[in-house]
Ligand binder design. Structure first.
Ligand code: AGP
Length: 607
């Protein structure tokens, strides 16, 4: 998705802005640009393609202490030099960078063109520059406010004006904007990753808020010019956490970080004495918990799959009817919101537009939503009634890994907590806690199998497609395994409940199509073995992801990837990890761009 960086201060803005853009590369983009303001006026440089191309085209004497920069992920208009941001008004004095979508841009553009404004791009964003120009009467901040009152849609914007070489005006509605506070210098960005190298002190803008930012400070107002007050927060992670370090890819770094991430997710939350979990941020009393009749988990992509696994844990441990739904669909079916249903929004970034919209839909109708979110201070975290932070640490690779396992742990903790105010016995709670405590070490054990997993990836990497199957709580693992493989290796992969094979997909099973079977040792183990037989009867290769202990298996499957045993309800956490590594190794072997797969963005902040 698009990224914004801005700087006001005494340093050379160009190098700071370009470094900031590089730190946002992980979000995915297809063009980049920069606008610099100095005493000699405003200069804009932009180009399609990578940031390196922009750097190569920048004149050597490109200077300024104030500027804004952008990476664009095309929505309206192809990736091209003209469509890259910043966009200029007709006078060439005002430059705007924009994240989000201006929904009424056609009407706005028609009326601006009728009034004589000349457009240079096919984007929705360019209307913003012309709207500010039309509203400008000497006060940039006021012009931005007025312009935005005409806009329907989402925006995070930063605006500079050649006539005001000392300031940036920023605003937000539905697309994140964060101000970084330095020593006589200020930063603005769409993502803290762009500014953690310079400051840990930040302020998040709220929706319909406008900030006028100068080197010495900032002030914020609503679109209606009412002053607002903001308290700075401290970024939870140092800049090293956003670095790749010695690892070849962020994805590998984040897979390998999982033992530590799991430890952090669990830290301080397990109560071995009473066999329960302490979750301080839920904002729910024991009586509220007793009143819950249903749990619905909402999330997109991998967060949705983690939600399916979480719903299974909740139903098993707390005996509350639970399910998960794709947040991207939820609001469009005019959902019935029940007051005794607990809604849970899952999101690594906390900024996914569809998940945020689902949260708002529930709250608008009077429902209660908890967030399971990784990014502290993100929009979803702030808009939920309470929640559980994952504490997985910054996740940079487009393919989510450690946030997936952290979500499973958070839902296990929630299930334990809810279970213990209901029917789960103290003994069962304690058994679960003992199993949870072992998870980080068991994850380490799985990661030691990397060589074996790499060999399996090498064996199947050239296949055109693959199936992933599993039953009940193994099914979301199959979904996630298929998702990881297709996202980064571009191998077509489909997941099915193992029981569904014979209802259709078996038609496609052949010696060319490997089937990855997620096979926990649970009540359905023998039934899953029957599914394996169905595949073998069609001469389909089978790879089992399972626990040690069944000697028969070696004769029934082509390859086995083992993970340690745990409580069946927690097995999804461990069974997922070989599939993450499998996708990673296949993608590397195929020479794919692992951290920035084609067509995908890290944080999907548009519909
Ligand atoms: C995961 O590998 C994906 N890139 C994607 O499905 C992701 O999980 C989804 O877009 C949700 O993101 P979020 O957790 O930041 O809300």
């Amino acid at each position: 998705m698009c990224g914004i960086v801005g700087y006001v201060g005494r340093q050379d803005a160009v190098s700071l802005l370009l470094a900031g853009l590089h730190r946002l590369e992980y979000r995915g983009y297809d063009s980049a640009g920069v606008a610099l303001v100095s005493r000699s006026g405003l200069r804009v440089h932009k180009s399609a393609g990578r940031i390196q191309r922009l750097e190569a085209t920048l004149p050597k004497r490109c200077k300024g202490n104030v500027g804004i920069a952008h990476t664009r992920w095309a929505t309206h208009g192809e990736p091209s030099d003209a469509n890259a941001h910043p966009h200029l008004d007709c006078s060439g004095e005002i430059a705007v960078v924009h994240n989000g979508i201006v929904e009424n841009y056609r009407e706005l553009r028609a009326s601006l063109e009728a009034a004589g404004h000349a457009f240079r791009s096919d984007t929705d964003s360019e209307v913003l520059a012309h709207l500010v120009e039309a509203a400008y009467r000497g006060d940039l901040e006021q012009a931005v406010r007025e312009a935005l009152l005409a806009v329907q849609g989402t925006y995070g914007i930063a605006v500079v004006d050649g006539r005001h070489p000392d300031r940036i005006v920023a605003a937000r509605n539905g697309s994140p904007v964060v101000i970084g506070i330095g020593e006589r210098e200020m930063f603005v960005a769409s993502d803290v990753a762009a500014l953690v190298r310079h400051t840990q002190k930040i302020v998040y803008l709220d929706d319909r808020e406008v900030a006028a930012i100068e080197a010495s400070g900032f002030r914020t107002t609503t679109l209606e010019d009412e002053p607002t007050s903001k308290s700075p927060a401290t970024v939870a992670w140092g800049h090293e956490a956003y670095d790749r370090g010695a690892h070849p890819h962020f994805m590998l770094k984040e897979i390998l970080e999982q033992p530590d991430a799991c430890e952090r997710t669990l830290k301080g939350r397990l109560d071995a004495q009473f066999g329960t979990a302490h979750l301080g941020g839920l904002n729910l009393s024991a009586r509220d918990l007793l009143d819950i009749r249903r749990v619905k988990i909402l999330g997109c992509g991998s967060a949705y799959y983690a939600g399916i696994a979480g719903a299974h844990m909740l139903e098993t441990l707390a005996r509350i009817p639970s399910d998960a739904e794709a947040a991207s669909e939820f609001r469009y079916r005019n959902p019935v919101i029940e007051k005794d249903t607990l809604y849970v929004a899952v999101s690594q970034s906390g900024e996914t537009a569809d998940t945020l919209a689902a949260v708002r839909e529930v709250r608008r109708k009077g429902g209660r939503v908890l967030g399971i979110v990784n990014t502290v201070g993100s929009s979803i975290a702030r808009e939920c009634d309470g929640g559980i932070y994952m504490h997985a640490g910054p996740e940079v690779a487009v393919a989510s890994t450690k946030a997936f396992t952290a979500t499973l742990l958070c839902t296990a903790l929630l299930a334990l907590h809810l279970g213990r105010v209901r029917d789960l016995s103290a003994g069962d709670g304690k058994r679960l806690i003992a199993a949870l405590v072992r998870i980080p070490e068991q994850v380490r054990t799985v990661l030691q199998e990397r060589e074996r997993i790499r060999a399996v990836a090498a064996k199947y990497k050239d296949r055109a497609s693959a199936f992933f199957i599993g039953r009940t709580h193994a099914y979301p693992v199959a979904l996630e395994g298929a998702q990881k493989l297709k996202e980064i290796s571009y191998i077509h992969a489909e997941a099915y409940p193992a029981s569904e094979l014979k209802h259709g997909p078996l038609a496609l099973v052949s010696p060319e199509t490997p089937t990855f079977v997620v096979l926990p040792h649970d009540d359905l183990y023998e039934k899953s073995l029957s599914s394996i037989e169905e595949v073998r009867a069609r001469r389909g290769p089978v790879i089992a992801i399972t626990h040690p202990g069944d000697e028969r298996l070696a004769t029934k499957v082509d390859d086995v990837l083992l993970v340690p045993r745990t409580e069946p309800v927690l097995s999804s956490i461990l069974l997922t990890i070989p599939l993450q590594l499998l996708a990673y190794e296949a993608a590397v072997a195929l020479g794919r761009d692992v951290d920035q797969p084609r067509n995908l963005a890290k944080s999907v902040t548009v519909e």
